[in-house]
Design a protein around this ligand. Structure first.
Ligand code: PMP
Length: 390
C-alpha cells in the first residue's frame, strides 16, 4: 500500500467542487471518508487477493489468507494502540448500538448496578437500552445516571465533582466523543478505585494516543476512524472476560469471541480486513501522536474561522470541550441561512455537512482520513459566507 494523501478534490473550483475523479470532501459523520491508499488497495484486493485467484470479498473466513488477515489486524492494532498483553481485541457485529445490551449482559452481575455518564444522544441510548436490558433479564439490577449534560443541550462535559457514582458499580459507562453534539472528553473521568470504565469510543478511537490501561473496555463501530461499517471493535481486559456472565446467548459472550478469534460464526470479514488496512495506514502516517497533531490542526482551521465570525456563527460546544472530530455550528440568523450555507458548501465540493436530525445546523466530521485541504476550503467558506450575509 502506498501512503499518499487522501482522495479528494485538488481544488474546490474544479467541476462544481468535484475533482476530475468525481470525488468531493466528505464531511459525513459515518460511514465516512477513507484514505486514498486504502481505497486503492481495496480495489486491487477485491479482484484478486494476494494472488489467491479470489477477491477479498469472496475468500472463506477459514482460509489461510483470512488467518493471516486476523493475525495482522491484531498485531497492527496492538502496535498502534500500545495495547497491553492482558487485553484482547475482539470484533463483533451489531455496531456500538449492539453493545448497549451486550455490555450489561456480560458485565452486570445479578442485582448489581452500573453507572452511566450521559453526555449526548448516543450515551442516552446506551443508558436506556441498559435499563431495558435489566428490566427484561436482570430484575433487581440498577442502571444509575451518574451525570448528564442535558440541562445545557449536551454542550459540555461534566466536571468530576458533578458526577455522582453509586455505592459499588460493576462499571462506569462513558462516551468519549459525542458525535451529535460535537463535544469530547479531554480527560479520563475520576471513577471510584477499582471500577472499570467502559467507553464507547465509536467516533474518536485511534484519533489520538489513548492510555488503554485506564479502561476496562473500549468499543465502537469501525466506520468512522477505522474503516467501514460492519465490524464493531472491543478492546477488553482479560479479567473482565473471565468474570463475565456465561448464562447469556453464545453470540453475545465476550469469552466466546476471545476464544474463537472473533469468528465463532461467519464474521464481517471485509470490514475487519479494512480495519487492518486502516491500521497500516495509521502506522504509515507516523502513528497516533502524529494523527492527534494533524486532527487538532484540521479541526483548528474550522474553529478559528467560526471564532473569527462569532457574531454570525454559533458553535454548539463549550470551547474547552470541543470535539476534534465533529464540529457543530449554526447561523445565528436562523435555519434559512443554514440551508443556504449547506447549498453553497455542496457547490464547492463540501458534502455531508448537514447536522444530525436531533441537533440541526451543520456538523463537519474531520476523522482520521479527512484531508486538511477540505478543512481549509470549509474555513474559507465559513468566513466568506459570514462576510456576505452578516
Ligand atoms: N455511539 C456513538 C458515539 C456514535 O457516534 C454512534 C453512531 N454514530 C453510535 C454509538 C451508534 O453506532 P452504530 O451505528 O455502530 O450502532
Amino acid at each position: 500500500m502506498t501512503t499518499s494523501a487522501s482522495a479528494a478534490p485538488a481544488s474546490a473550483s474544479l467541476n462544481g467542487g468535484r475533482s476530475a475523479s468525481g470525488r468531493c470532501f466528505n464531511f459525513g459523520a459515518g460511514p465516512s471518508v477513507l484514505p486514498e491508499p486504502v481505497i486503492r488497495q481495496i480495489q486491487e484486493d477485491v479482484w484478486n487477493y494476494k494472488g489467491s485467484g479470489m477477491g477479498v470479498l469472496e475468500i472463506s473466513h477459514r482460509a489461510k489468507h483470512y488467518d493471516q488477515i486476523v493475525a495482522e489486524v491484531d498485531k497492527d492494532i496492538r502496535e498502534i494502540g500500545s495495547i497491553p498483553a492482558n487485553y484482547k481485541v475482539l470484533f463483533m457485529t451489531g455496531g456500538a448500538t449492539g453493545q448497549n445490551w451486550i455490555v450489561p449482559a456480560n458485565l452486570l452481575p445479578k442485582g448489581g448496578s452500573a453507572d452511566y455518564i450521559i453526555t449526548g444522544g448516543w450515551a442516552e441510548a446506551s443508558f436506556k437500552d441498559a435499563t431495558q436490558y435489566c428490566q427484561c433479564h436482570n430484575p433487581g439490577a440498577k442502571i444509575h445516571q451518574a451525570a448528564t449534560s442535558k440541562d445545557k443541550g449536551h454542550n459540555y462535559i461534566p466536571a468530576d465533582d458533578a458526577i455522582a457514582y453509586s455505592a459499588s458499580p460493576a462499571y462506569v459507562h462513558m462516551t468519549t466523543n459525542n458525535t451529535l453534539y460535537g463535544t469530547q472528553w479531554h480527560r479520563v473521568p475520576k471513577v471510584p478505585a477499582g471500577v472499570p470504565i467502559v467507553a464507547d469510543a465509536s467516533s474518536d478511537i485511534f484519533s489520538y494516543p489513548i492510555d488503554v490501561t485506564k479502561y476496562g473496555v473500549i468499543y465502537g463501530g469501525a466506520q468512522k476512524n477505522m474503516g467501514t461499517t460492519g465490524a464493531t471493535f472491543i478492546i477488553i481486559r482479560d479479567d473482565l472476560i473471565e468474570k463475565a456472565n456465561k448464562d447469556i446467548p453464545r453470540m453475545c459472550q465476550y469469552g466466546v469471541f476471545a476464544k474463537e478469534e472473533s469468528r465463532p460464526n461467519t464474521p464481517p470479514h471485509f470490514a475487519i480486513y479494512t480495519v487492518g488496512l486502516m491500521a497500516k495506514w495509521i502506522k504509515s502516517q507516523g502513528g497516533l501522536a502524529a494523527l492527534k497533531k494533524a486532527n487538532e490542526e484540521k479541526a483548528g482551521l474550522i474553529y478559528a474561522a467560526l471564532d473569527e465570525c462569532s457574531g454570525f456563527w454559533a458553535g454548539h460546544a463549550r470551547k474547552e470541550d470541543r470535539s476534534m472530530m465533529n464540529i457543530t455550528f449554526r447561523a445565528k440568523g436562523g435555519e434559512a441561512l443554514d440551508e443556504a450555507f449547506l447549498k453553497l458548501a455542496k457547490e464547492n465540493g463540501c458534502d455531508g455537512l448537514k447536522g444530525h436530525r436531533s441537533t440541526g445546523g451543520m456538523r463537519a466530521s474531520t476523522y482520521n482520513a479527512f484531508p486538511r485541504e477540505g478543512c481549509k476550503v470549509l474555513a474559507d467558506l465559513i468566513r466568506d459566507f459570514a462576510k456576505k450575509n452578516g
